[in-house]
Design a protein around this ligand. Sequence first.
Ligand code: C5P
Length: 222
Amino acid sequence: TKVYNIAIDGPAGAGKSTIARAAASKLNFVYVDTGAMYRAMALHFLRKGISPQDEAAISEAVKTADVTLAYENGVQQVILNGENVSGLIRSEEVGAMASATSVHLPVREKLVELQKGLAARENVIMDGRDIGTCVLPDADLKIYLTASSRVRAERRYLELKEKGQDCSLEEIEKDIIKRDHQDMNREHSPLKQAEDAVLLDSSEMSAREVIERILMLFEERK
Ligand code: C5P
C-alpha cells in the first residue's frame, strides 16, 4: 500500500513543530521532528566535551550515538543510547550546538538514513531543514514555512518564558538570525525552499490557518 509523506521545512521558530504535530494528528500520520535528532546528537557531543569544529572527534563520536524515536501516546520521544533525552534537548545551548554540528557530513548521513527508513514504512509528516530537498525528494506535499525573524523570536521567547526559563528577546532574535545564517550557508544540505515546495509565511497567519491550508493542499495532491 502507498504511504504518504509530507515534508515541512523552514527556519528556526517558524512554527514547524506546532503545525506539523497538529496536522499529523488530524491526518493520523506519524509526526517526525528531525531537529530533535540533531539535538540529541548535539547533546551527545556536548557531554563528551567535543568542540563543534573538531570534525575528526565528531565523526568518531557519531559511531557511539544511537538515536532512536519512540512514541508515547502519539508524542515523539527521542532516545539517546537508551536514555529518553526529550526534555534535555530543548535548551538554547543544545539548539546552538545542533546547528553548529549539523554541518558535518557523518552526522547528516546517519540521521538522514534513519529518517528515510521511517518515511518508507509509514505515513509521516516530517519537519526539518532539508526534508523536501534531500530526505524526501518525492514527498506528496512539500511546505516551506517561514516568518520574520522578529515574529519567530517573539514566539520562542513566549515558549521559553512559559517553561520558566529566563531569557531576553534581543538575545533570542540574535540567536535565531545566527542559526538561520549557519543553516542556509552550510555546504551540505543547506536550508532552502525546494523548487516544488509551497511557501507559507506564518507572520500574518494564525497556526490554525496554516494547518487548514496544509490539509487542503494535501487533499488536492493525494
Ligand atoms: O528545528 P530545530 O531547532 O530543533 O533544529 C536544530 C538544528 O538542527 C537546526 O538549527 C539545524 O542546524 C539542524 N537541523 C538540520 N536538518 C534538519 C533538522 C535540523 O540540519 N532536518
